[in-house]
Design a protein around this ligand. Structure first.
Ligand code: ADP
Length: 667
């Protein structure tokens, strides 16, 4: 019990893991499956953001580069102006040229130290500069460096750049460049960037000063802001991508991977269920096998399977025990089999040939030889062995050891014989008393005839006369007849009592009745019963043991006679009839006796059942055994004339049957 519990624990754990592990793996797989696209989206998201930042930096550099290039050019112009002898027209031309090349430059003007315009390219400067521009000019003058103004004008999309002109270390006026922020964006932001992003210039309060939105409005998902770092101006560059967040299932590839994975999962579940079903079936099969093995091992009937060539394919333990050979020495063996008795080899071979040709005898008796040489009578049942597709693959035989049955049968037979002998002796007991009485008559007659003959002879001797043969002869003849009769009586009794094995011969019923008529008469005379016989002429013979049939008849006649002991003397008639009825010779013994009540009828043939004070109750039982031994039947019915009719029928002998019996005796 303890061991069992210990064993069961690891087993349960093992089966738990067997289920848990795939379950965990599937969960992990599902988690990875959902995490992967999410992670991919996250990465793409970051990548887009980083790309935008890098691009924004690039644009900022571009703007800065443009502005500083312009600043350098302005410094160049200022230097030209400072150089003595420089023609005003040259400077004007240069300014015009510059404005032509840089579209973002709306106006370029050279002012004197009072702020009056000396040269102007583009629209005229207003009489008073906008306040942010004035502030920038003031600061530029103070610091002596170029300065940008805060955005101004309607829409706030203009800024001015003030560059102080220093001559002989004195402020000699300035150079003012007016930029259009919108044009600045159009000029510096490359087309490929403008296609994917909205680019704006914004002030410190995030108000849009100028914007370039070639590809529609931005999504607000990927944005970046960068200070333009213009001295004096607070302008920032803001970018906003038109791209949205990346989708979770961005492309066909991921979609198909997921679809495949789901398909895999479904087939895994199907496989799982299939395996579960298989395991259940396997379990059931194992149980079935265990059950079958236990059944086979517990069987006392031998089982043997053979293939269509007669080779042994399977034997059970009972069969091995029966023939005293291990399975290894039997399975795979082809005929002749090790358990075939040499003396019956021909019979086995003949039967095997019939089996192989498909003509199987479903049940037959034969003899097997054990490994130790002992012969065993066996009863074999043979049936076709059919596989799951309905094809015959061989033969399955179950083999019963019938040694015990045979022994019992033999014992029964011996018992029956003994009983018959005792019954015969019992009958003889009665007969011998009657025999004594019967022999008395012929012996007395012989005695008186011989006495008469002797007297005749003595008288002749005394007289010296010749013996009168006419007187002597009949006396001696009668004495001879009486002596013969006595001899016949004794012979028939002797024949009857002799015990011997049954021996079939062809018997004529008329002759049979005749043969025992003396004995029947002996029985009948005791109760003054008259005997009538009615044997049909030309009755066929029967093949039987004469003595057994005689005993049957004697028993039936004795019962009939005894049944009539209390009826009126004129009704005491015993009839023995014989006739042919449908290939059967029927012999009937009728009486006018007391008849058989229903109660008695039920037990009539039971051994030792008798209603008589001195009855042994074996007569009818023996009669029936004897009749059935000859293949016939014994029955009784009420005599319509009062009393009972016992009759038995035996197969009539025909020519063919005769041959068979002859063959049988020959064996
Ligand atoms: P037993 O003659 O020793 O009694 P049987 O077996 O011959 O044994 O008969 C059994 C019984 O059957 C008899 O006791 C008798 O009662 C009954 N029986 C047999 N034959 C007849 C018959 N012809 N008429 C009436 N009863 C009969």
């Amino acid at each position: 019990m303890k061991n069992h519990a210990l064993l069961a624990r690891p087993l349960r754990l093992g089966s738990l893991w067997r289920w848990l592990l795939p379950l965990l793996l599937v969960c992990l797989f599902l988690a990875v499956l959902f995490w992967l696209p999410w992670q991919a989206r996250q990465m793409e998201n970051n990548e887009r953001q980083e790309q935008l930042i890098a691009d924004t930096l690039w644009v900022e550099q571009a703007v800065r580069f443009e502005l500083s290039r312009n600043e350098d050019a302005f410094t160049g112009i200022a230097a030209d102006l400072a150089r003595p002898g420089t023609a005003t027209a040259t400077v004007q031309a240069r300014m015009d040229q510059m404005r032509k090349n840089s579209h973002e430059l709306l106006r370029l003007a050279v002012l004197d130290e009072q702020g009056r315009a000396l040269l102007t390219s583009g629209p005229e400067l207003p009489a008073t500069l906008a306040e942010p521009s004035r502030n920038a000019a003031e600061l530029a003058r103070k610091t002596g460096r170029g300065r940008y103004s805060e955005p101004y004008a309607a829409g706030q999309n203009l800024i001015d750049y003030h560059l102080p002109r220093i001559r002989n270390e004195r402020f000699a006026g300035s150079l003012v460049a007016t930029y259009s922020l919108k044009a600045l964006l159009d000029e510096t932001v490359p087309w490929w960037f403008a296609q994917d992003n909205v680019t704006s210039l914004i002030n410190r309060d995030d108000a849009v000063l100028a914007q370039r939105a070639a590809a529609g409005p931005g999504r607000g998902v990927y944005t970046h802001k960068r200070e333009l770092d213009l001295p004096g101006a607070n302008v920032r560059l803001a970018t906003d991508s038109v791209k949205d967040l990346p989708r979770l299932l961005p492309n066909l590839l991921v979609g198909s991977v997921i679809a495949l994975a789901l398909g895999l999962l479904v087939s895994l579940i199907a496989l799982w269920r299939h395996i579960a079903r298989r395991l259940a079936a396997e379990g059931a099969l194992c149980q079935q096998m265990a059950f079958r093995t236990a059944m086979e091992n517990s069987l006392v009937t031998g089982l043997r399977a053979r293939d269509l060539e007669g080779r042994v394919t399977y034997v059970n333990p009972a069969f091995c025990q029966l023939v005293g050979l291990p399975p290894e020495e039997l399975v795979g063996k082809a005929p002749p089999m090790p358990y075939w008795a040499p003396e019956a080899m021909a019979e086995y071979q003949q039967r095997l040939d019939k089996v192989l040709s498909g003509h199987v005898t479903p049940q037959f008796e034969t003899t097997f030889r054990r490994a130790d040489g002992e012969r065993i009578p066996v009863l074999i049942f043979e049936a076709p062995l059919v596989d799951s597709e309905g094809r015959q693959t061989g033969w399955m035989g179950s083999i019963l050891d019938i040694s015990d049955r045979k022994r019992v049968e033999e014992l029964n037979r011996q018992q029956q014989e003994k009983l018959q002998a005792s019954a015969r002796l019992a009958t003889m007991g009665e007969i011998s008393s009657m025999l004594a009485h019967e022999l008395n008559q012929p012996l007395a007659a012989i005695s008186s005839y011989t006495t008469g003959a002797l007297n005749l002879l003595a008288r002749a001797a005394a007289d010296g006369s010749a013996v009168d043969a006419a007187l002597l002869l009949p006396a001696l003849e009668k004495a001879g007849v009486q002596a013969q009769r006595a001899g016949q009586i004794i012979r028939s009794v002797h024949q009857f009592v002799k015990q011997r094995a049954p021996e079939r011969q062809l018997i004529d019923i008329a002759g049979l009745v005749d043969g025992i008529s003396t004995l029947i008469e002996l029985q009948a005379r005791k109760y003054f019963v008259a005997i009538r016989t009615g044997i049909a002429p030309g009755l066929p013979q029967v093949s039987a043991d004469r003595m057994m049939l005689e005993q049957v008849l004697l028993n039936l006649t004795r019962n009939a006679i005894e049944a009539m002991q209390d009826v009126a003397p004129e009704r005491r008639i015993l009839r023995i009839d014989a006739a042919i009825e449908q290939d059967q010779v029927r012999v009937a013994v009728s009486d006018h006796g007391h008849g058989i009540s229903a109660e008695v009828a039920g037990r009539l043939f039971s051994p030792f059942f008798s209603t008589k004070a001195e009855g042994m109750g074996m007569g009818l039982s023996i009669c029936r055994t004897a009749v059935e031994f000859h293949g016939g039947t014994l029955s009784h019915r009420d005599n319509p004339d009062g009393g009972t009719i016992f009759s038995f029928s035996l197969p009539a002998h025909t020519k063919n049957k005769g041959d068979k019996h002859a063959a049988h005796r020959g064996r």
